[in-house]
Design a protein around this ligand. Structure first.
Ligand code: UGA
Length: 434
């Protein structure tokens, strides 16, 4: 099948590359000339485990191409995916200007029946808007379909190639048949392709992300309560997670969820609820709690140093919002660093992938280190912000030698409190007794 993907950001590049891998001819379109040139010369623009291999293979096979020219990119395409950014506007609702602009441009370019697919996370009603904007200029028949993505950064290729489910919102039999055909190689193990109306498909994406954000936040509140009641959140997690109605995943307490999806989508769903005068109380609480949770260790750091961080140097392990990504959007580390700097502390940081991106926004306000041990050298305390596996089993001898004080503030519960006590550390984590 011939496919076009408009927007070659994270979702677009993964979608385009993976559909090329299943034998389709894919042209990715992006207005960013520098990006397109880089991709054309075989250089990948994002860090995503496993994607580079598929990317190189499909470029070599000439199944994956890139252009800045929309007309050229969609030539012959039976399906056009829109994977464009939907950044939060001033009030937190998703801004549709990029999607609607492409919809305007597409209308006059369509020369035969085409399926246009909303892949971006878009508020309920967007497919209708896209349809109207295309229809204003189109001379041929077309369908607009909603097909939300459920990719996690870091495991996006696996999520794409072996999805738990594929959600497709359309009431057109013609579009349904084509979409079924396109996804057939990815659901051979019997994972369902769930067809529904387009509004429900659009809402499914927000409901899934908001539910997961709520699940994490609920456990974060249980963790906060554990600290006050003398309980242990790890034990509680195991106790409740083994109930199959609840499930084991996404119950890990920590310093809050981040990333480009959960914060944005929870906020956008809250705004959509406001628009229809529905007071979605749980979402407001989730956003409140998560904001507080991100910097919940800071008062404990201050208390350890008797309220005065001036002149202290704090080491930060982990900058990305989660392991296996260089994405630092809404990363708890950033909020903590700002608070430490504001309190007069110096910050040294190490992250396996995220340092470049932080350097871009923070410049020399903090220093970046070659490795995790240089990072703690001469520091007064260590804070852990991301659960990269390399931080899970550090050489404690080196830690004790290099850190000026044996104190760790762990936002990801990487170590056993008992073991840390034996090693002589002051160890502060989330929802456990120190
Ligand atoms: C999320 C969803 O998981 C994807 O299904 C969805 O497609 C994607 O958003 C999107 O809308 O594009 P992602 O943001 O990549 O994916 O990351 P997750 O792995 O879901 O983690 C989100 C945040 O929750 C991270 O900050 C992580 O540290 C935190 N988290 C996760 C916890 O604090 N505890 C947990 O138990 C799990």
């Amino acid at each position: 099948m011939r496919i076009a993907v408009v927007g070659t950001g994270y979702v677009g590049l993964v979608t385009g590359t993976c559909f090329a891998e299943t034998g389709n001819h894919v042209t990715c379109v992006d207005i960013d000339e520098r990006k397109v040139n880089k991709l054309r010369s075989g250089k990948i623009t994002i860090y995503e485990p496993g994607l580079d291999v598929l990317f190189e293979r499909n470029i070599k096979q000439k199944r994956l191409e890139f252009t800045t020219d929309l007309a050229e990119g969609i030539k012959g395409a039976e399906i056009i995916f829109l994977a464009l950014p939907t950044p939060p506007g001033e009030d937190g609702s998703a801004d549709l200007k990029y999607i609607l602009k492409v919809a305007d441009d597409l209308g006059p370019l369509l020369d035969k029946y085409t399926i246009i697919v909303d892949k971006s996370t878009v508020p309920v009603g967007t497919a209708e808007k896209v349809r109207d904007r295309i229809a204003a200029n189109a001379t041929v028949e077309f369908d607009v379909v909603s097909n939300p993505e459920f990719l996690r950064e870091g495991v996006a290729v696996e999520d794409f190639m072996k999805p738990d489910r594929v959600v497709i919102g359309t009431e057109s039999a013609k579009a349904r048949k084509k979409m079924e055909q396109l996804y057939a190689p990815l659901v051979r193990q019997g994972n369902p392709v769930i067809f529904m109306d387009e509004r429900s498909a659009e809402l499914t994406k927000y409901a899934a992300n908001s539910f997961l954000a709520t699940k994490i936040t609920f456990m974060n509140e249980i963790a906060n309560l554990c600290e006050l009641l003398g309980a242990d959140v790890d034990a509680v997690r195991r106790g409740v997670g083994t109930d199959s109605r609840i499930g084991k995943r996404f119950l890990f307490a920590g310093i809050g969820y981040g990333g480009s999806c959960f914060p944005k989508d929870v906020q956008a769903l809250a705004r959509s609820s406001d628009d229809v005068n529905y007071d979605f109380k749980i979402l407001d609480a989730v956003m409140d709690v998560n904001q507080q949770q991100k910097t919940k260790l800071i008062p404990q750091v201050k208390e350890y140093f008797d309220g005065d961080l001036a002149g202290k140097t704090i080491a930060i392990w982990g900058l990305s919002f989660k392991p296996y990504t260089d994405d630092i959007r809404e990363a708890p580390a950033l909020y903590n660093i700002e608070e430490l700097l504001a309190a007069g502390a110096k910050v040294k940081a190490y992250d396996p992938e995220g340092m470049e991106n932080v350097r871009e926004i923070m410049g020399d306000r903090i220093s970046m280190c070659e490795n995790m041990y240089d990072c703690i050298d001469g520091c007064d305390a260590l804070m852990i912000m991301t659960e990269w596996p390399v931080f899970r089993t550090p050489e404690f001898d080196q830690l004790s030698e290099k850190l000026s004080n044996k104190v760790i503030f762990d936002g990801r519960n990487l170590y056993e409190p008992e073991q840390m006590k034996e090693l002589g550390y002051t160890y502060v984590s989330i929802g456990r007794q120190t």
